[in-house]
Write a protein that binds this ligand. Structure first.
Ligand SMILES: [Zn+2]
Length: 93
């Protein structure tokens, strides 16, 4: 691979945990499916992938929402700034 990250890596070790952050393709978030891995944006795609359970999510940044695309059900979650809130319920349709 010829690609490499040109920016100096910023090693922010402990700034993630307490601060609220909005959902963006630059961030890394706890996986809402397995709650174990982390999801991060796939290059060149409007999607996130988990590094543990390998689920793929499409993202809607306006609505701060992700939806799993390779699952048997169209589960989705809304990012509250700190955590995921399941939205696969009637109230959100
Ligand atoms: Zn996962």
């Amino acid at each position: 691979m010829a690609e490499s990250h040109s920016h100096a890596d910023d090693k922010s070790t402990r700034s993630l945990s307490e601060e609220k952050s909005s959902l963006s393709y630059h961030g890394v978030y706890t996986c809402p499916v397995c709650r174990h891995g982390q999801i991060s944006a796939l290059p060149l795609m409007d999607a996130f992938a988990c590094n543990f359970c390998r689920h793929i999510f499409t993202a809607d940044l306006d609505k701060q929402r992700v939806q799993v695309v390779d699952g048997s059900q169209p589960l989705s979650w809304r990012w509250t700034g700190k955590t995921w809130k399941a939205t696969h319920r009637r109230e959100d349709l």
